[in-house]
Ligand binder design. Structure first.
Ligand code: NAD
Ligand code: UD1
Length: 339
């Protein structure tokens, strides 16, 4: 059985990847400092699959700890999810974001070099694309011109990893640009667990549904779209996780740097999401229109053609299952992993 190191593997996306890795016959080894997560997610992965990942509580900037992990576990491939990810917070605390996200990546590359591990998959984001690109976004669309430190860390890490691969031609680096992950595992045992007031749409919606928030504020209804609200490419976290299993197969069998969009290719508006959530769950969702949110793009959606063709991966879930599974998780865990 091959061991896969998941940095940030106790988080929302990492815990779902851990389940899919186990389903595919891999063994996940996790390092997470729990800055934005709970170790309970790791236990729940064990409950779902019958296999509990090996867990190290620690910081990815701690190179000594990484060295120890690479000695203790024979790692075939690293999936690097660890990072801070709140856009607004990154504007307030740029140094924390650059320090955490960049230095974690550098320590990881150094430690991998020492251990002779050469396969690297990075959790990048659609946020690296320049806002002036026409839609849909392909891997050849222009990148850069990011509008916040979080986005710049993703952009810079892509550059760092490309440079490391160039200097080490036997490395294989796969950059996965995620669009908007939503949904949760069908069991309702793992899901998104934001701290404080959610910034993102789906966790806000599910907290309105539990009654924790009074109503959804829809940021802007005067955009040049079919109903005036912004368009995004929402992707079920299970589909996203399965994309990583395909990416491992690819990464293990190629050298070089390759970029893939992980999205559905389908854009939905905020009002589409509200309607789909109400219909899928038979819940009335109070909402009101509020001013635009600074920095929001009118539309952002992918073409996933490259991942479809080269990875043999395609998103299969629907808007309905994204909404039903998000609610199933939140309904069963109204306070996330806290009792
Ligand atoms: P998350 O916050 O749930 O997971 C990230 C995990 O990394 C957390 O468990 C956190 O505790 C851990 N972490 C942070 N800094 C660390 C450090 N220095 N050392 C060890 N652990 C550390 O977020 P997520 O939604 O699961 O996102 C996972 C990755 O995917 C992130 O890199 C994020 O930027 C990227 N991404 C997420 C989205 C999204 O919408 N969720 C979109 C695009 C890209
Ligand atoms: C945000 C980040 C982006 C990050 C992505 C995934 C910003 C400016 N961008 O993107 O960098 O990669 O999350 O983590 O923060 N909305 C509401 N009301 C709400 C919340 C959201 O109307 O309470 C709307 C937004 O205006 C947007 C859509 O819902 O049109 C989706 O918002 P969100 O979930 O925050 O994702 P993005 O804006 O795509």
């Amino acid at each position: 059985m091959q061991n896969i190191l998941l940095t940030g593997g106790a988080g929302y996306i990492g815990s779902h990847i851990a389940v899919e890795l186990i389903n595919a016959g891999y063994f996940p080894v996790i390092i997470d400092n729990l800055a934005n997560s709970s170790e309970k997610s790791v236990e729940r992965v064990g409950k779902i699959t019958g296999v509990t990942p090996k867990f190290y509580r620690g910081d990815c900037r701690d190179e000594k700890l990484l060295d120890k992990i690479f000695v203790e576990a024979q790692i075939s491939c690293v999936i690097h999810l660890a990072g801070l990810k709140a856009v607004g917070e990154s504007v307030e605390k740029p140094l924390e974001y650059y320090d955490n996200n960049l230095n974690a990546t550098i320590a990881l590359c150094r430690s991998m070099k020492k251990a002779g591990v050469k396969n690297f998959i990075f959790s990048s984001s659609a946020t690296v694309y320049n806002s002036k690109n026409p839609m849909p976004l392909s891997e050849d669309s222009v990148t850069g011109g990011c509008t916040n430190p979080y986005g710049w860390t993703k952009y810079m890490i892509e550059q760092i990893l490309s440079g490391v691969q160039k200097a080490n031609p036997d490395w294989s680096v796969t950059l996965l640009r995620y669009f908007n992950p939503v949904g949760a595992h069908k069991s309702g045992l793992i899901g998104e667990n934001p701290r404080g007031i959610p910034n993102n749409l789906m966790p806000f919606i599910t907290q309105v549904a539990t009654g924790k928030r009074e109503k959804l504020n829809i940021f802007g209804n005067d955009y040049p779209t079919k109903d005036g609200t912004c368009i995004r490419d929402y992707i079920h976290v299970l589909d996203l996780a399965k994309g990583h299993v395909k990416a491992i197969e690819y990464t293990l069998n190629h050298n070089g740097v390759e970029v893939f969009n992980l999205g559905t290719g389908q854009g939905y508006s905020v009002l589409d999401m509200v309607e789909a959530f109400q219909k899928a769950n038979n819940i009335k969702l109070p909402y009101t229109f509020a001013p635009r949110r600074a920095g929001d793009l009118t539309e952002c959606y992918s073409t996933p053609a490259k991942a479809n063709k080269i990875l043999g991966w395609k998103a299969e879930e629907t808007l309905e299952t994204m909404c039903a599974d998000s609610w199933n998780w939140q309904r069963q865990n109204p306070n996330g992993y806290e009792e």
